[in-house]
Design a protein around this ligand. Structure first.
Ligand code: GLC
Length: 738
């Protein structure tokens, strides 16, 4: 029999929003199964596969189940779901299409809180910590590690890639994200997504879009002027998608401009398809769907988490009814199924299927997590060279933060559970969004191992007088201050449990006091002027205790830089006494974080991009030339100190009529030996020089003079040069050549 595949290859495959529509429309007859498995492009294979599917089979791909029993809704997870997992989408064995086994999230293979047994897996440090490394190669390696664990556990979809901007420093999920700047966040999360997908599984990018706080997250309505939105939250997603090429985008719970994100044609069709030509599929957040036809026609391809809410909007009967009523077309159903299949083909789910129970190299993975934590720890202040701790330090008081037991992690769906047990069980809340988990990696134990000649005293910090006595006894006192943050709640910027008072008391008792913060994001530091050394260790992951000790003792030279502004006071924020309910009108537009501080002349406690080292660096010889429609900035960086270290060179640009005085436009992390000098070139994407105006969709670069600076933070600029640019207009779907 003449093989039908000629029919397939005989007609041109026009790419239409993911290359499916025309292919499907032009397909005359179903090709045999083997043709569908042919080595065509992913679009061709997906289009061909869809022609073989019955309607029921197509609908099967569009409805995802929660992967864990949920007694409150009398829901039992499908038997084929991986235990304690986020989600499961049945496969189609007849056609060789495997199930989609979905695992949270961006910090490692998580287990749902409701599962009795917890999978013990390697936890990366928080997303903020990885962003604080300013090292895309490291972020990629981190993603590759957690993706390897996901694959070994039989997951082929990892729900990571969290890139919501830090508009609200009290957002309980900031620890999962990558800070306040779209270039840094998009670059770092894109790299991590690529790392996860290097394991031949799908990663997502989430939560699309403007899900920038947890208060009222299911119904809060984010309102941002479109041009500002394009240059801030959407730019972070756009860069992450360009750099990471995720197989899927997860639309968020909240409303954007009055319409829920998962039924929002502006987000899911105009932005994602018409302007960004995203070829993958859109899945909802768990319980984030509010309609059948409106969602499907807006661009949602798959509902997630059926079982968590009463009934599924994309359950087969609902979709069939919408088809019968003419509310959804057959072509739309075909397109939804094909987009999912395309990603499954591209990312190896069909050709290289996963299988559960594969071995995991935990020691190697723990080292990856530790290196990420070390590189993301930010030395905020270090007077009198108090750090690194002198090898001669003989009496050291270690106070608070359960530092004798372990290090803190953030709560919610991203929670990775440790080998062994929670180092500090029983801290409330012990159920959703808890439990509060400390990884059994004790900073105290790690310090004792590195300073065998020192005497240590540990006090838990609850009794301030005992802490003061220990501090008075010691040469150096180290106070560990913690703040738990989690999905589904927002937090205060004030350290809880009287830790500010504890720090003040200890600092009074001992001038040589170091504060180590384990927080989910920025916190206020009323004591900052009273202590000589401050370290932000974030949630440092499975080996966080060793990472902290390695930095405090100088075994590792800190190289982290802040991905977010640390305010001096709440009244410096756009919404001092928020997080708000109802309409979240973001009047600051694209002036998020340091841009807001620069626009309003606020002096932060510590600025975006700030981070010290145990050595010093000099920047100079800045020269800038036009490069395509963008720029290239060349400069020299020199290690002027006496020990090796890594510097983060930051390029900021100022243009006329922008939303704020300057923007981060490029960066590079550079390793240097003592005395070593390197020439560095940073390439600036023209969109970072442009503005987006809703009345002229696209990127407008006015002709004129632009100021280009190089510095070590948004407030520490070493050199500035001007450059005249001719101006340009880039269409909405412009992207750099890769
Ligand atoms: C959660 C989160 C999302 C997560 C999903 C599955 O509610 O918002 O980030 O991937 O549900 O657990």
């Amino acid at each position: 029999m003449r093989r039908r595949h000629l029919a397939l290859t005989g007609f041109s495959i026009a790419l239409w929003f993911g290359g499916i529509g025309s292919a499907l429309a032009a397909q005359e007859e179903p090709a045999p199964i083997e043709a569908a498995q042919s080595r065509g492009t992913a679009d061709e294979r997906a289009a061909s596969m869809v022609t073989l599917m019955t309607l029921d089979e197509k609908l099967t791909l569009l409805e995802g189940y929660f992967g864990t029993d949920f007694p409150a809704a009398r829901f039992e997870a499908p038997a084929e779901a991986r235990y304690g997992s986020a989600g499961y989408v049945p496969g189609i064995p007849r056609l060789g299409i495997p199930p989609q086994w979905q695992a949270d999230a961006g910090l490692g293979v998580a287990t749902q809180g409701g599962a009795a047994e917890k999978r013990a897996r390697t936890a990366l440090p928080s997303g903020l910590a990885t962003a604080a490394t300013w090292d895309p190669a490291l972020a990629r390696a981190a993603g590759a590690m957690i993706g390897a664990e996901a694959r070994a556990d039989g997951f082929n979809v990892m729900l990571g890639g969290s890139v919501n901007l830090m508009r609200e420093p009290r957002n309980g999920r900031n620890f999962e994200y990558a800070g306040e700047d779209p270039l840094l966040a998009g670059t770092m999360v894109g790299a991590q997504i690529a790392g996860v997908q290097s394991n031949r599984i799908i990663s997502t990018v989430k939560h699309f879009a403007v899900n920038d706080q947890e208060t009222n997250r299911n119904d809060g309505n984010a309102v941002v002027e479109e041009g500002a939105l394009r240059m801030s939250d959407l730019l972070a997603f756009q860069l992450a998608i360009e750099r990471g090429e995720p197989g899927a985008v997860m639309c968020s719970y909240n409303r954007v401009g009055g319409t829920h994100a998962c039924e929002n044609p502006f987000l899911l069709t105009e932005v994602l398809r018409e302007h960004w030509h995203f070829p993958g599929y859109v899945l909802s957040d768990w319980g984030g769907v509010h309609s059948t036809a409106a969602s499907a026609n807006a661009g949602l391809d798959q509902e997630s988490g059926y079982g968590l809410q009463r009934d599924g909007w994309f359950a087969a009967d609902k979709l069939r009814a919408a088809l019968a009523a003419g509310e959804i077309s057959e072509e739309r159903i075909d397109l939804m199924a094909a987009r999912i299949l395309r990603s499954m083909f591209v990312h190896g789910l069909i050709d290289d299927p996963v299988s559960e129970g594969q071995p995991i190299d935990f020691p190697a993975h723990r080292a990856v997590s530790r290196q990420a934590a070390e590189a993301g720890i930010v030395l905020l202040k270090n007077e009198r060279g108090l750090l690194p701790l002198a090898a001669s330090a003989s009496r050291i008081a270690v106070i608070g933060g359960h530092a004798d037991k372990g290090v803190l992690s953030g709560g919610g769906s991203s929670q990775v559970y440790p080998e062994g047990t929670n180092a500090v069980p029983g801290i409330e809340p012990t159920s959703w969004p808890g439990p509060v988990v400390y990884y059994p990696s004790s900073p105290l134990a790690a310090l004792e191992a590195l300073l065998p000649n020192a005497q240590f005293q540990f006090v838990d910090g609850a009794d301030h007088e005992a802490a003061v006595r220990a501090a008075a006894w010691a040469d150096v006192s180290i106070v560990f201050a913690t703040q738990w943050a989690s999905e589904s709640i927002d937090v205060s910027l004030t350290l809880p449990d009287a830790q500010n008072e504890l720090i003040e008391s200890v600092a009074l008792a001992n001038r040589q006091t170091v504060v180590v913060l384990e927080t989910g994001g920025p916190v206020l530091m009323p004591w900052a002027d009273h202590v000589p050394a401050i370290v932000e260790a974030w949630y440092p992951g499975s080996a966080g205790g060793e990472a902290i000790a390695n930095v405090l003792t100088g075994k590792v030279n800190p190289s982290g830089h802040l991905p977010a502004t640390f305010p001096r006071s709440l009244d410096q924020l756009p919404y001092p006494d928020e997080p708000r309910k109802g309409d979240l009108v973001y009047d600051e537009g694209a002036a998020v974080g340091y841009k807001w501080f620069d626009l309003n002349g606020h002096e932060p406690q510590f600025p975006f991009g700030h981070g010290l080292s145990y050595t010093t660096f000099a920047l100079g010889h800045l020269a800038v030339t036009p490069e395509g429609d963008g720029l290239a900035a060349m400069l020299e960086v020199t290690n002027t100190g006496d020990r090796a270290g890594a510097d983060v060179v930051q390029i900021y640009v100022s243009g006329k009529g922008w939303d704020a005085p300057r923007r981060l436009a490029g960066f590079a992390k550079v390793e240097l030996q003592p005395g070593e000098r390197k020439r560095v070139t940073v390439h600036v994407d023209p969109r970072l020089l442009a503005t987006w105006r809703a009345n002229r969709p696209g990127w407008t670069l006015p002709s004129g003079v632009y100021e280009v600076s190089v510095g070590h933070s948004s407030r520490d600029l070493a050199e500035t040069v001007s450059i005249e640019l001719p101006g340009a207009f880039l269409p909405p779907d412009w992207r750099p050549k890769r």
